[in-house]
Design a protein around this ligand. Structure first.
Ligand SMILES: [Zn+2]
Length: 61
């Protein structure tokens, strides 16, 4: 067990390694992947409505 260290898990959607720690979109790497998995990404194009972007923190540490 290595608890307390920087855990890195693969995103269930794209497989990108991401740290779940401090990530509001975990277990996904980003909000994009989370939305995809939730089925909100219906058309598969880059058309996320930006009206509910309360926390755009894909790149936080
Ligand atoms: Zn991802």
């Amino acid at each position: 067990m290595e608890e307390g260290k920087s855990i890195v898990l693969p995103c269930p959607r794209c497989g990108k390694e991401t740290k779940p720690e401090g990530n509001p979109f975990r277990p996904f790497c980003s909000r994009r992947c989370k939305l995809i998995d939730l089925g909100k990404w219906v058309e598969g194009e880059y058309v996320i409505p930006s009206q509910d972007d309360e926390t755009e923190t894909e790149d936080q540490e």
